[in-house]
Design a protein around this ligand. Structure first.
Ligand code: HEC
Length: 315
């Protein structure tokens, strides 16, 4: 009897575990990011307004039958969003003429009160957004509905997500993706949203964009950090992007100034440092974000900038 009851309690413990596992798996499959759950009945058809002042419907005009990448930003953000937007700009470049033809990028504001179409237009221009990349605002209640349904449920401006939703409105496949992925991989995530691209013979994931690394490898501690956090806004010797070209910046500017600016550009602007103010006026619509760099990070980055500039000077 004793044995039997121990056996029964083991069985019921097993059953509870199995049940919990099942509930867990069921919850995973039911997540909004899985296929077949994000159609017209889920995505609200609210009106939004583009950076050019055109009113569009979220589902009918932007998502239905389209491959899209949607993220949330706000123009006055001084922390992570400019970096994320710069990532989108890199993705736009990597995808080339797919953008606006079969792939569409949407950055929806979290701050519709301040981000008017005119503000977003300037922001879009600063990141060289082409015709297939829309910056969207709208009535606060419509924007709120859109963001809630698309999974952006942060309470304040500062605690929003920095990932994006990649989806195909025709097949109803959706996946959440990080914008901090390698640009080549992110481009493949988008291209793979198209079943025809996936089916193409010889299409090995990761091979199509293998040659897209933005900077040649020079084995410097600051390089990885530069590629990850700076290269989306700055080139070294290839002209201005969102921010100024950094070739020769370590000889052009005082070391102490550079170190202070890199660690807290927002503080320098607030203190009305004349160089920071002039730079910010020269690059409207995007600011150099405070990336929380340590002194060691800054030392590595400046050494890397020195080294790259020296290499460019070599005959
Ligand atoms: C989102 C875009 C963005 C990112 C990311 C970014 N910057 Fe900047 N950076 C700018 C802009 C824009 C300016 C011009 C000043 C301003 O508007 O604040 C600038 C200015 C600078 C300057 C001063 C240039 C000069 O001519 O004096 C340096 C140096 C610099 N950035 C280095 C970096 C480094 C290093 C990183 C990575 C750790 C980085 N930036 C990341 C946008 C960016």
């Amino acid at each position: 009897m004793l044995h039997a009851s121990r056996f029964t309690s083991q069985v019921s413990r097993f059953t509870i575990c199995a049940l919990l596992l099942w509930v867990f798996c069921a919850a995973l499959t039911a997540s909004p990011a899985s296929a077949g759950t994000w159609g017209a009945s889920y995505i609200p058809n609210v009106p939004l307004v583009t950076q050019d002042g055109q009113t569009v419907r979220l589902y009918d005009d932007l998502i239905k039958n389209k491959i899209v990448l949607i993220n949330f930003i706000y123009a006055s953000c001084k922390e992570v969003c400019p970096l994320v937007t710069a990532r989108m700009a890199q993705l736009q470049k990597a995808l080339g003429d797919h953008v606006g033809r079969d792939i569409f990028l949407y950055s929806i504001t979290l701050d519709p009160e301040h981000d008017t179409p005119a503000v977003l237009k300037q922001h879009a221009k600063a990141f060289h957004a082409g015709p297939g990349w829309l910056f969207l605002t709208g009535k606060p209640e419509d924007v709120a509905t859109a963001r809630y349904k698309l999974g952006e449920r942060g309470k304040g401006l500062s605690d929003h997500r920095n990932d994006a939703m990649a989806g195909n409105g025709a097949t109803d496949d959706w996946e959440r993706t990080s914008l901090f992925e390698d640009t080549g991989k992110l481009a493949l995530v988008m291209l793979n949203m198209d079943p025809a691209f996936r089916a193409k013979k010889g299409n090995v994931p990761g091979s199509a964009y293998a040659d897209m690394s933005p900077v040649p490898y020079v084995n410097q501690p600051g390089q990885a950090l530069f590629v990850k956090t700076c290269a989306s806004c700055h080139s070294i010797g290839q002209g201005d992007l969102g921010g100024p070209d950094l070739q020769g910046v370590t000889s052009r500017r005082d070391r102490a100034w550079l170190s202070q600016f890199l660690q807290a550009p927002n503080v320098m602007r607030a203190k009305k440092d004349p160089i920071a103010v002039a730079l910010s006026a020269k690059f409207p619509g995007v600011v150099m974000p405070n990336l929380g760099l340590s002194e060691t990070d800054v030392g590595d980055l400046l050494a890397y900038l020195d080294n790259r500039t020296a290499r460019l000077r070599m005959p």
